[in-house]
Design a protein around this ligand. Sequence first.
Ligand code: PMP
Length: 440
Amino acid sequence: MTSHVFGRSSAARPVAVRGEGCFIFDRDGKAYLDGSGGAAVSCLGHSDPDVRAAVHGQLDDLAFAHTGFFTSDAAETLSDLLIEHAPAGIDRAYLLSGGSEAVEAALKLARQYFLEIGEPGRHRVIARRQSYHGNTLGALAAGGNAWRREKYAPMLVETTHIEPCFEYRYRDDAESSPAYGQRAANALEDEIQRLGPDSVMAFIAEPVVGATAGAVPAVESYFKRIREICDKYGVLLILDEVMCGMGRTGTLFACEQDGISPDIVTIAKGLGAGYMPIGAMLCSDTIYDAIANGSGSFQHGHTYHGHPLAAAAGAAVLKAILDRDLLTRVKAQGALLAEMLDSRFGQHPHIGDLRGRGLFRGIELVADRADKTCFDPARKIHLKVKAAAMQEGLICYPAGGTVDGKHGDHVLLAPPYIISDDELEMLVTRLGRAIDTAIA
Ligand code: PMP
């Protein structure tokens, strides 16, 4: 078959034809265990009956009504549910079509907020190295990997990047303490002062860093201090929970575990759970009111934002997570997966670190476990593991792959919340074989 799909990979890929539970089937009938939910997307697995029914029902009633003219029951229901369960102080929801769009909207909202309150000088964003916020221009500017931004510079959004603060005992043993979390957060204060407090509009971070680092949470107390610094300087705190949100880490929002609330939070991936493309940006009433009482409307909007079908899927996914008590399940299955990974890989000569929260787990691959050297980046071990896993019938997400000699190859696991004990066993067995094949 000649493929006219204009995509990210020229490598031949199997043709996916069907999904059921934790498996995707290709055209030849081969089953792939979805060990990473694609990229932390399919949190309910494939072919969930409730989400299918909700989307079919919405399709029968109404597929589309432009938000310039209408709202819809689906969009209202989803927004209400999100706000009801959002961190304290988050009062408004704005529905979009994906993660990058949500981040883009968050950055624009922050900028418009400061224009509305008469602080037009605040336009700079501070973000973190080793982060990913999406592929549109604003989101790319915020992302921490310089090589992704390079060819598009100068960026429209002026962003500088500080070091992240990882709970990373393998390499930073002495540094994984609450005191370190506070010290690391002070890098934000230094950067705000360096740039001039009146020029900074927002700090953006992923509570648990996904694609660039492989499920690394922050050291305890880091985000509490970050919150204090943002408050002190009137800088908006944007948390990007596109990957780690929607229950992935065991709480609906990952930041609940850090004990803080942001001013703006973005979600996507698990919100549509793969059934529909959807994202959302949620914010405080303070921000919303400044705009409502100022120019009157947020200067954003895409044709498909608030799409009824997508909103119906999102509402069904969120209801499923809440009504089926899946957060409890994420914690239990996450603990079991961590245990299994530890017993299979805890002493493996090429596994340096195992970490994560809930069903969001990262595995660091190293050339030498004892001296902590990374593999030669040219070997692209994380991509080889992905390929070998596909041969084994396992989908796992290759993360990291940066070349600073410290953050090398990682594999990210983010299976559906419904994954059974036997399927977790299968995941770890297949992953072990794939890792050994890739490294051999
Ligand atoms: N933010 C984070 C933290 C992400 O992981 C991603 C996607 N990997 C995005 C934003 C962008 O989301 P999308 O691919 O849906 O545009």
